[in-house]
Design a protein around this ligand. Structure first.
Ligand SMILES: Nc1ncnc2c1ncn2[C@@H]1O[C@H](COP(=O)(O)OP(=O)(O)OP(=O)(O)O)[C@@H](O)[C@H]1O
Length: 474
C-alpha cells in the first residue's frame, strides 16, 4: 500500500520528535495516531488497525520493543514495526530484529530515511511470517561504538545474522573483524554449533589445504594419520577465514567448489564430504587489486562478497575512543589489572592519536596505562609518555603485534605471582619463564593441529625432535 491513506501508530514520548514526525508523515498523506507510552500503545493496537508502527525504545513505562513478540505470538495481526532509538548499541539493533522489527533507525535519524523505511514497510504489508523468521540473539559479546559508521555495521549485522549468506568483512587490522564475525555467529541459528577461526596468514602455505579440508593418511610426507580439517570441525556452524587474501590459489579453487556445490574432498582422498558451514571471510587487503593481479580468483571474490561489511578505522570514529577506553579499563580490572580512572585531558590525548593499529592498539595501550600509571587516575602525561614511546610514528609500536603485546602484559603479571617469586628464590626465574612460555605455545599449537606434531613443529618453526624434547620438559 502507499503512504497516502496509511494508518500509522507512533509511540514516542518526546513531544518535539513526535511533532516533527507527524508533520512529515501527514504531508505524505498518512493518517497518524500518536501515543507516548506502552499502555496507550497496547490500547490503541486493540482498538484500531494500523498499517505500520513507529516506536521509540525508551518509554516512561518500559521498553518499546517489549511485548511486540508476545502480540505476534498471540496471533495478533501485527503491522511492520520501525524502531527509533538513541540507544545506539548492537544490542538494540539485534533486539529490534529479534522482536521482528522491520527496520531500525538510530537517533538522530533523518526524516527522509524514516519516510523511505515506512514506504518499504507498507509495500511489504503485514508479513509477520517473514518478519519473525530467523532468530537473532547476541550472547554477551560487547561491540563498543556509537558512531554513525558503527550503526551501519550493527544494522547490516542484525540483518545478515539470521541468514546463511556469505559475509566479507573489510577493515584495517585491529578494527574488530573477528569480533564482528563472532557476533554474526552468536546471533545466528548456528550459535549452538562451533565457530572456527582460521588465519590464512598464520599457516604455512602448503599446509593450508590440508588444514581446511583435512587429509588422508599418507596424502603427503609426514601425513601419518587421517586428519579432519576445519570444515569438518565447523560442521553446522561458522567458519571464519581471516586474511583471505593470503589464501593460495589451489586452496581458493577448493573453497570455491565448496561454496558452489557444498561438497569437498580431503587432500589425497576421493571421498566426497558435504559441508554445512557458513563462511565469513575477512581481509585488510584490497581484494579487487589481488583479482586484477591474478592472485585472487574473481569468481571466488563474488561468491564471498555477497554481503560486505566495512569496519571503520578508529581514527574515523574518534567519538568512540572515550567509550572504548572505559570499556578496556573495566575489562582489565576484570582480569586483575589495577582499576584506574582516566582524566579528561588524558582522554583528549587518546582521541587525538591516530591509532594505526585501531581498537586493538587502543586496548593494548589501556592495559599498559592501567599497569604503568602510578596513581589512581591516568593523566595526560601518562598518555603522552606512552604514546611518545613509539618509533617516531606516534606510538606505532603499540600496533605491531597484539599477541606480543598481550604477552608483555602477561609476563609482567606473572613476574608478580607466587610461582615467579619462588623461581627467583631458586635462582631459576629466567629458565622457568622461558619454559613456561614455550609450553603454552607448544600445547596451544598442538591443540590447533589436532595433536599433529609434524604440523605443530612446522608452525612453530622448530624441528619435531626439539618439539618432543620440549614437551617432555627438556
Ligand atoms: N568495537 C569494539 N569493541 C570492543 N572491542 C573491540 C572492538 N573492535 C575490536 N575490539 C577488540 O580489539 C581486538 C582486535 O579485534 P579483532 O581481532 O576482531 O580485529 P581484526 O580486525 O580481526 O584484526 P586482524 O585484522 O589483525 O585480525 C580484540 O581484542 C577485540 O576484542
Amino acid at each position: 500500500m502507499s503512504m497516502s491513506g496509511a494508518h500509522i501508530l507512533l509511540v514516542e514520548d518526546d513531544n518535539a520528535i513526535a511533532t516533527v514526525i507527524r508533520v512529515a508523515l501527514e504531508s505524505e498523506g498518512a493518517q497518524l495516531d500518536a501515543v507516548d507510552n506502552l499502555a496507550a500503545r497496547d490500547a490503541a493496537l486493540t482498538a484500531s488497525r494500523y498499517d505500520a508502527i513507529v516506536t521509540d525504545v525508551i518509554l516512561p513505562d518500559g521498553n518499546g520493543l517489549a511485548g511486540l513478540r508476545e502480540l505476534r505470538d498471540a496471533g495478533e495481526r501485527l503491522p511492520p514495526v520501525i524502531v527509533l532509538s538513541a540507544q545506539n548499541t548492537l544490542d538494540t539493533a539485534v533486539r529490534a530484529s529479534e522482536e521482528g522489527a522491520f527496520d531500525y533507525l538510530p537517533k538522530p535519524f533523518d526524516l527522509d530515511e524514516l519516510v523511505e523505511a515506512l514506504r518499504a514497510a507498507l509495500r511489504r504489508g503485514d508479513d509477520s511470517e517473514r518478519a519473525g523468521e530467523g532468530e537473532a540473539n547476541l550472547s554477551g559479546l560487547p561491540i563498543i561504538g556509537r558512531a554513525a559508521s558503527m550503526q551501519h555495521v550493527y544494522r547490516t549485522l542484525a540483518r545478515v545474522a539470521p541468514t546463511d549468506l556469505s559475509v566479507l568483512i573489510l577493515g584495517e587490522s585491529g578494527t574488530g573483524k573477528e569480533l564482528v564475525a563472532q557476533a554474526i555467529h552468536h546471533s545466528s541459528r548456528r550459535r549452538t554449533r562451533p565457530f572456527v577461526a582460521v588465519n590464512m596468514a598464520a599457516i604455512p602455505r602448503d599446509l593450508i589445504e590440508s588444514e581446511l579440508f583435512g587429509h588422508e593418511k599418507g596424502a603427503f610426507t609426514g601425513a601419518m594419520a587421517r586428519t579432519s580439517g576445519r570444515f569438518e570441525q565447523a560442521e553446522g556452524g561458522t567458519l571464519f577465514l581471516d586474511e583471505i587474501g593470503d589464501m593460495p590459489i589451489e586452496a581458493q579453487t577448493r573453497l570455491l567448489r565448496v561454496l558452489q556445490s557444498g561438497d569437498f574432498s580431503p587432500v589425497g582422498s576421493s571421498r566426497v564430504l558435504r559441508a554445512d558451514v557458513r563462511i565469513i571471510a575477512a581481509t585488510n587487503q584490497d581484494l579487487m587489486a589481488l583479482v586484477a593481479s591474478g592472485r585472487f580468483r574473481e569468481d571466488l571474490y563474488y561468491r564471498l562478497n555477497v554481503i560486505p561489511i566495512a569496519l571503520p578505522a578508529l581514527r574515523d570514529r574518534r567519538s568512540d575512543i572515550a567509550l572504548l577506553a572505559d570499556h578496556f579499563l573495566a575489562q582489565g580490572a576484570g582480569v586483575g589489572l589495577p582499576r584506574k580512572s582516566i582524566s579528561r585531558d588524558a582522554l583528549a590525548a587518546l582521541s587525538a592519536h591516530d591509532w594505526p593499529g585501531n581498537v586493538r592498539e587502543l586496548g593494548n595501550a589501556m592495559q599498559r596505562l592501567a599497569l604503568l600509571t602510578r596513581g589512581e587516575r591516568i593523566g595526560k602525561e601518562d598518555v603522552v609518555r606512552l604514546l611518545g614511546q613509539g618509533s617516531g610514528a606516534g606510538g606505532a609500536d603499540l600496533a605491531v603485534v597484539d599477541p606480543s603485546d598481550a604477552l608483555v602484559t602477561a609476563v609482567r603479571l606473572w613476574l608478580d605471582s607466587g610461582p615467579a617469586h619462588e623461581a627467583a628464590e631458586n635462582g631459576d626465574l629466567h629458565g622457568r619463564l622461558v619454559s613456561l612460555v614455550e609450553q603454552v605455545a607448544i600445547e596451544a599449537i598442538l591443540e590447533q593441529t589436532g595433536g599433529n606434531q609434524l604440523k605443530a613443529a612446522a608452525i612453530l618453526g622448530i624441528n619435531r625432535n626439539t618439539l618432543r624434547l620440549k614437551r617432555k620438559g627438556g
